[in-house]
Design a protein around this ligand. Structure first.
Ligand code: V0V
Length: 136
């Protein structure tokens, strides 16, 4: 079972503008920023109150053929994923596969800050793109 919500991911067209919007509107602080070449994404993690709690992840496309670019084209800006912290991403992926869910990757890939990640296809999770995160 998941341990907690790790983050909620929101697709945005412009990362810097979105970081500014959340800072000015909600007083939320950017605590981490990186580009993930493999995922084709520029992302920012925003703390909400308690630094150790779930975060808001802003996701902007780094390339036109990326998952986030495709999401923005189809759906426009908005919530793109719900991510859970898990103790062991491979074990959790195997358990979900055994229950008939499609995991997007055979083996985990690299996520934010050296975490290991996998995803459940949204069509197998009630229309929600579920990300599993094993922190570094
Ligand atoms: C697509 N669909 C979604 C969705 N994306 N539904 C809910 N939430 C989403 N985010 C629906 C779409 O409307 C279609 O429904 C159907 O799924 C299409 O499925 P598909 O043709 O199999 O797939 P694509 O080409 O639309 O791609 C969707 C997937 C893709 C989820 C397969 O986005 C992907 O590979 N995502 C995983 C990687 C990712 O999201 N990376 C960016 C974040 P209808 O129209 O058929 O009903 S990177 C990240 O989070 C990091 C680094 C981190 O957290 O550490």
């Amino acid at each position: 079972a998941p341990l907690r919500i790790d983050h909620v991911g929101v697709a945005v067209p412009d990362l810097d503008e979105a970081v500014r919007f959340y800072a000015e509107t909600f007083g939320m602080r950017c605590v981490h920023e990186e580009t993930n070449e493999e995922q084709g994404v520029r992302e920012a993690m925003l703390a909400i109150g308690d630094d150790d709690g779930p975060r808001l992840q802003l996701l902007a496309p780094a390339r036109p053929d990326s998952a986030i670019a495709k999401f923005l084209d189809r759906s426009g800006p908005g919530m793109q994923q719900l991510a859970y912290t898990v103790a062991d991403v491979e074990a959790t992926s195997a358990a979900l596969r055994a229950r008939g869910l499609r995991l997007l990757y055979d083996t985990p890939r690299r996520g934010t800050a050296g975490s290991k990640i996998n995803f459940v296809h949204p069509k197998d999770a009630g229309g929600v793109l579920v990300e599993l995160v094993e922190p570094a």
